[in-house]
Design a protein around this ligand. Sequence first.
Ligand code: 5GP
Length: 192
Amino acid sequence: MKELEDRILKDGTVKPGDVLKVDAFLNHQCDVTLFNHMGAEWARLFSGKRVDKILTIEASGIGIACIVAQHFGNVPVVFAKKTQSINLDGDQYQAKVYSYTKQKEFPVIVSKRFLEPGEHVLLIDDFLANGKAMHGLIDICNEAGVIVEGIGIAVEKGFQRGGKELREAGYDVRSLAVIKDMDGDKGAIKFA
Ligand code: 5GP
């Protein structure tokens, strides 16, 4: 998606450890107009698919998913929580995820009330790197008996293995910007 690529070139910065910082528009300050265009693009890419619900992961995925849901008939958005809370009552699905940016393991938790067996779910997230976050959500989907219709990613770091593994496993992964290479020294970002 050219608009997202252009924005990454304009406002993205490359940090040590192959981390792309896009907090000016994607995951700290949020450009809602851009999110809307991303939603329209995913609606085009996933057209014809049944989407009953969008599942994402806190915190960065929430804003994107809520705007995107409006392009899928205002379906509910469920986000996996990363910490236990007294507000999380009843039975829960839980998986473990290793965080690429925080370099530690954390749980992802979804209340069983919000995933009905047989529902068709679209997974959305801001980044795809090694695929750990997506695998955590897929584990929960499998346990819940819901069908993963597709995976919408804003920025895929194509030089890391997550996207390749998920596509090889048969998932319909649609990334709006795929980075082939980022050179930290010169700040050069190349798209696939
Ligand atoms: P994965 O689980 O695929 O290894 O990493 C994806 C998760 O890590 C995303 O939810 C995102 O929050 C975070 N992440 C991975 N790489 C980057 C990056 O380069 N920049 C930012 N801002 N977040 C990243």
